[in-house]
Design a binder for this molecule. Structure first.
Ligand SMILES: *Cc1c(COP(=O)(O)O)cnc(C)c1O
Length: 377
């Protein structure tokens, strides 16, 4: 069986986890947590990075830091994982879904402005497949309408837009280190705080509402419960696991890119012949090979392809069921404008196996079987 995903593992994870145990420091904010936070800050250029227990909890923190009131509106794509939406539901906001562009499957920046009302407070963008949204346009809209921007960069670690790392462009960026992502600690994530004025608030929010971080820095004599908070601290054991992978981040990235480029080269002639559609990486965007997908002509062909591959012991998967058509999406939000591409294009999309260190024979088999299927159309 060729799996859809195998979590990244580079070999030094256990050594660092043992070190964490030997340090007698396995809770949050230990030496490995700090190493990971600092690595993210330096490598990507953000004011403050904080590891969290998941990408979802990084999004929760970002949404809570936006200080929304009931009835405030958040604009986001419907073609995304539920976590993007849940965070703003938790924060009390109403969701306003906007259509995506079919080339990148990202929010269509030309349709955002029409969805803005006097209640709009935030634009939440999702960099699908680690390919950037059109951030210059989106940041310009946000500035003109005084909105905050949250980047769901769960899939975008190591990607960039016009030289800026994804997650460092809006007010907040959210990374995921789930086992299905490019770098992993099982469950985990990080929030990137690009606007300095939120750093202290974020520290309090993730330290159960206390100013413990200030206390540890010697800025206050004792720590106290100062505001609402929760626990978003990642364990240092998990951070040790992640650190092993961040140390070789470029190697992992290059390995994934090589696989992605191979898929693209092999399937490009079929796309040129109009039989399938392939991902588009716009100029100025550097991606991280988070995902390789194919779009077939319609849902039926897509489903046939999944069944054909499964019969050949290869697992390929589709996602997402558009949020605006899901029960919770109906309850918590509305779709603004016409759903031209969200449903139609999600119906056609299928993801191919892509993970660190894929077996070349497996890759060859996936390519051959896929070509065989397309040839039969
Ligand atoms: C993976 C993912 C998340 C959630 O991350 P977790 O670490 O699994 O909580 C959120 N948004 C997007 C777009 C994702 O791909």
């Amino acid at each position: 069986m060729i799996h859809f995903n195998v979590p990244p593992f580079v070999g030094t994870e256990f050594k660092y986890m043992q070190e964490a145990v030997a340090n007698h420091k396995i809770c949050g904010d230990g030496p490995f947590t700090h190493r990971c936070d600092e690595w993210i800050e330096k490598r990507f250029g953000t004011k403050k990075a904080m590891l969290t227990t998941s990408g979802s909890s990084a999004l929760d923190m970002a949404a809570l830091l936006c200080d929304l009131k009931p009835g405030d509106e958040v604009i986001l794509p419907s073609f995304t994982f539920s976590s993007t939406a849940n965070a703003f539901v938790l924060a009390g906001a109403t969701l306003v879904f906007v259509d995506i562009r079919p080339d990148t499957m990202n929010i269509d920046e030309t349709k955002i402005e029409a969805a803005i009302t006097e209640k709009t407070k935030v634009i939440a963008v999702v960099h699908y497949a680690g390919v950037a949204c059109e951030m210059d346009t989106i940041m310009d809209i946000a500035r003109r309408h005084n909105l905050m921007v949250v980047e769901d960069a769960a899939q975008g670690v190591m990607s960039s837009y016009k030289g800026k790392a994804l997650g460092t462009i809006g007010d907040f960026g959210c990374y995921s280190f789930h086992e299905t992502k490019n770098y992993s600690m099982g469950e985990g994530g990080a929030i990137l705080i690009n606007n300095e004025k939120y750093i202290e608030k974020a520290e309090i929010l993730r330290e159960k509402g206390t100013n413990r971080s200030q206390f540890f820095r010697g800025q206050v004599a004792k720590y106290n419960w100062v505001d609402f908070g929760d626990s978003y601290l990642q364990s240092d054991l998990n951070a040790a696991y992640l650190w092993a992978q961040l140390e070789v981040a470029d190697e992992i990235n290059n390995n994934r890119l090589a696989t992605w480029n191979r898929y693209w080269k092999e399937f490009q002639p079929y796309a040129a012949a109009g039989k399938i559609d392939l991902p588009v990486v716009p100029e100025g965007c550097v991606h991280n090979a988070h995902m390789f997908y194919i779009k077939f002509k319609n849902l039926e062909i897509r489903q046939n392809y999944i069944a054909f591959m499964k019969a050949n012991d290869i697992l390929v998967v589709f996602h997402y069921v558009p949020l605006h058509s899901a029960p919770a999406g109906v309850k918590f939000g509305r779709f603004h404008g016409v759903d031209e591409h969200t449903t139609a294009d999600s119906d056609r999309l299928v993801r191919l196996p892509l993970y660190y260190n894929m077996d070349p024979d497996d890759l060859q088999k996936i390519i051959e079987k896929t070509k065989q299927f397309i040839d039969s159309l």
